[in-house]
Design a protein around this ligand. Structure first.
Ligand SMILES: Nc1ncnc2c1ncn2[C@@H]1O[C@H](COP(=O)(O)OP(=O)(O)O)[C@@H](O)[C@H]1O
Ligand SMILES: [Mg+2]
Length: 354
């Protein structure tokens, strides 16, 4: 996978000069050891229908320099949603919907900028809107989930650094947000130190797991927003979680590094946390105007089957604006395409209402 970081083979437009399909596959075929779409436990509830027409015109896009097309406005990843959005059997339920509560999900992908934080915040908010009690744990020293949920570093005393490094109680660290049912365990830049300070610590991989055990009775979903690395902080998240949710950006090199993430998940599963499973893959920043988005989506679905959510998250500027207002998209612009997509995703991931 030495060629992964190279831009050779890509034209100036960013579109690879080789057929994209084979280029994109490069990231996957190296992963022959990766588990193909796994055998999943029986699913209780069927997922929500693809959003189809209801999602087509909710938002006047402010980010589009080209005119809106019908394709662009849909949340699903194809102009003909049934072909691509549905799993191969057409009606196969998404793998993890209906997993028993409480569910602890690590939102992980060591690539930066793929939508981990956006998904943690907005899926969390949408699940809370459905009536689930949701805790978002910010494990990224950048603290973007914290500020994105309107929590100002000056207004809290304890952060995840204190929980991991000073054995402070997670319950004391948890802050309410302006959304009912939605809570956040904040992070500050101090957490950057934990990556190194944890190295000599006793039970260093299990600190988060132990902390979550003390509050889990209070929540239906715990979403752990991981940093863009596979260090000890992410290992803590993987050791604490039942499931991994992997956001994959619908861009070239989308699959780069995924095999490494898989290896780490398998390592943690075999050494620390046998129940860990990559249950959910979310395609993010889908742009219906580009063929590449479709190609990546198809490639990911071919490889991961029904782990890939039918709902894809569109690229929309409203989603990138919301954090600076300290609000999830469901509050910032409730009728926008991004809000609709994350609401539909919440239904799909949870299997319904609480
Ligand atoms: N669907 C989307 N449409 C447009 N911008 C997005 C979308 N998802 C994320 N972004 C923006 O992309 C950037 C990276 O997203 P982020 O969620 O912070 O990724 P990560 O946590 O994986 O680093 C942020 O500026 C975010 O606002
Ligand atoms: Mg992030």
């Amino acid at each position: 996978m030495d060629d992964e970081n190279s831009t050779e083979g890509a034209s100036s437009s960013g579109i690879p000069s080789e057929p994209v399909r084979s280029s994109v596959t490069t990231g996957v075929t190296a992963d022959n050891e990766l588990s193909p779409p796994a055998v999943s436990p029986p699913v209780q509830d069927a997922p929500a229908e693809p959003p189809l027409e209801t999602t087509t015109t909710a938002e006047v896009p402010t980010d589009a320099s080209t005119p809106t097309t019908a394709d662009e406005a849909v949340v699903t990843d194809s102009p003909e949603p049934v072909d691509v959005v549905a799993a191969p059997t057409g009606r196969q339920p998404q793998a993890a919907s209906g997993n028993p509560l409480p569910r602890v999900m690590a939102v992980a992908n060591q690539k930066g900028g793929v939508g981990k934080t956006t998904t943690s915040v907005n899926l969390g908010a949408a699940l809370a809107e459905l009536g689930f009690r949701v805790l978002v744990i910010d494990l990224d020293p950048q603290g973007n989930a914290t500020t994105g949920l309107g929590i100002d570093a000056r207004n809290f005393e304890l952060s995840m650094y204190d929980v991991l490094m000073r054995d402070s109680s997670l319950e004391d660290c948890v802050e309410p947000t302006s959304m009912k049912n939605l809570f956040v365990a904040p992070a500050t830049i101090a957490l950057a130190g934990a990556e190194i300070e944890l190295v000599p610590a006793f039970s260093r991989e299990l600190k988060l797991k132990r902390a979550i055990e003390t509050v889990i009775d209070d929540f239906d979903f715990v979403l752990i927003d991981c940093p863009p690395s596979l260090g000890l902080i992410t290992v803590n998240a993987l050791a604490a979680a039942d499931e991994v949710l992997v956001p994959i950006q619908c861009e070239y090199y989308a699959l780069e590094g995924l095999s490494q993430l898989m290896r780490n998940v398998h390592l943690v599963a075999s050494n620390l946390n046998p129940r860990l499973d990559i249950s959910t893959i979310v395609l993010t920043m889908y742009d219906a105007r580009t063929k590449l988005s479709d190609q990546v989506a198809t490639e990911v679905r071919d490889h991961f089957g029904n782990k890939v959510c039918r709902i894809v998250i569109p690229r929309t500027v409203r989603l990138s604006e919301a954090p600076s207002f300290g609000q999830p998209i469901t509050a910032f612009d409730p009728a926008s395409r991004g809000a609709i997509a994350y609401r539909e995703l919440a239904k799909e991931v949870s299997g319904g209402t609480s």
